[in-house]
Design a protein around this ligand. Structure first.
Ligand code: NAD
Ligand code: ZN
Length: 402
């Protein structure tokens, strides 16, 4: 039944014909185009096929877009995906054709040693390279999976990886699509930092992830939230959610945070920039935010580092960074007795609770969205988001023209 309906929905005339679909394809550094690629299809009995209605461009896509990862040309992008189920494999029992679902960017089996412990961000089954862990759609070193900036997406282990949405799915689509990555990731940064009600929190980076970390800290009842960046449009959003913008092109952010916290430093700190951290003039310093984080957080404070750092970065201007190393102020960190959490976010750990915050009207992360574009305009979206063009804070692509 499900298959028959999907064939109808997808208008496949000749079942033997190799169908194609439109997708955002990586052509090389700073170059993407929308091309026809082989259609996504059910490849395993537990797969689900989703017709994508919203797919965001992420800061993580930009590392790949700029050619600063091992992402292969010809592959498609897109790991922040939401859509409608159009086909289910025979082993899928919970998810049904017609369900509106949001997909964690992590692809996980649910039964390996790491998934069992909640670390769906480091799934051992879905990562084909035995020395690695963790899988994602359209992502460097995270398995061969195609991205969702496309008309259709194959979702492995659909019952496990789909989060079903309620009747308000279409009305709040821009809120719910943030559950694929940045809202849980911002939340995760504050979890790893250990944010409690009343805490003072400093966040480096006012990109979508940093702003979601600030939003999460605010929802958790933080007493004071300070966000460091130098992009005026992004700092304005920080102010709009009741956090304190800190422009590091104008003030020393470490001194600013200490002044705001009676000289102690913030109770908690989040790093939401990653290895391409740079000074306001544009010169990269991969250790810049990490060291400022340590410096601006108090003794025994907690740090959550969700900005991406890589084991190798051959394109880096910095010699240490080429080998995935950073000159980290470990002495200061140790001396202060701080603790640090790091790595990809296990989206599944948080997405259900955050969905219910949205459904209950307690959170509306869509305030971050600046642009909604049809898939055909993806190249323009990448270019402007990558250059942090004024007003381009978060781009949502609508492959189905929604
Ligand atoms: P983004 O590139 O839009 O935002 C990064 C922001 O950092 C920009 O506004 C930039 O101006 C600012 N910045 C650069 N250098 C800075 C510095 N020295 N001090 C303060 N701010 C500085 O990206 P995003 O979507 O917000 O993502 C942020 C990071 O989080 C990226 O590294 C991304 O790959 C990573 N990420 C990680 C996860 C995870 O699961 N851990 C998930 C999503 C994104
Ligand atoms: Zn992302």
């Amino acid at each position: 039944m499900a298959r028959a309906l999907s064939a109808l929905v997808r208008g496949s005339g000749d079942p033997g014909r190799e169908r194609t679909m439109k997708a955002v394809v990586y052509k090389g550094p700073n170059d993407v185009s929308v091309e026809e690629i082989p259609d996504a299809k059910i490849e395993h009995p537990a797969d689900v096929l989703v017709r994508i209605t919203s797919a965001n461009i992420c800061g993580s896509d930009l590392h790949m877009y700029e050619g600063r990862t091992s992402f292969e040309t010809g592959r498609s992008f897109g790991h922040e995906n939401l859509g409608e189920v159009v086909e289910t494999g025979p082993a899928v029992s919970k998810v049904k054709v017609g369900d509106r679902v949001v997909l964690p960017f992590n692809i996980a089996c649910g039964f390996c040693k790491n998934c069992e412990r909640g670390f769906t961000n480091y799934c051992l089954t879905m990562q084909p390279e035995p020395k690695l862990a963790g899988a994602a759609y359209g992502f460097a070193d995270m398995g061969p999976y195609q991205g969702g900036q496309a008309e259709y997406l194959r979702v492995p282990y659909g019952d496990f990886n789909c989060l079903r949405l309620g009747e308000d799915a279409a009305e709040k689509e821009l809120d719910y699509v943030m559950l694929a990555d940045i809202f849980p990731t911002g939340w995760h940064a504050t979890e790893m930092a250990g944010v409690y009600p009343g805490d003072s929190v400093v966040i480096y980076g006012a990109g979508p992830v940093g702003i979601m970390a600030a939003y999460s800290a605010t929802i958790k009842g933080a007493g004071k939230v300070m966000v460091v960046d130098r992009q005026p449009d992004r700092l304005k959003l920080v102010e709009e959610i009741g956090a304190i913008p800190v422009n590091d092109a104008e003030v020393d952010p470490v001194e600013f945070v200490k002044d705001q916290t009676m000289g102690f430093g913030a109770d908690r700190g989040c790093e939401c920039v990653g290895y391409q951290a740079h000074d306001p003039g544009g010169t990269e310093h991969p250790n810049m935010t990490l060291n400022r984080l340590v410096d601006s957080v108090r003794f025994v404070g907690g740090l959550g580092v969700v900005g991406v750092f890589l084991p190798q970065d051959p394109g880096a201007p910095d010699k240490l960074e080429q080998q995935g190393q950073v000159a980290f102020d470990y002495g200061n960190y140790w001396f202060k007795g701080q603790t640090m959490g790091s790595g990809q976010c296990p989206v599944k750990k948080y997405n259900r609770a955050l969905r219910d915050l949205i459904a209950g009207g307690k959170a509306s992360p869509s305030f971050i969205v600046s642009h909604e574009l049809p898939l055909d305009q993806a190249a323009e979206g990448y270019k402007n988001f990558d250059s942090r063009e004024d007003g381009w804070t978060k781009v949502v692509l609508h492959p189905a023209g929604a």
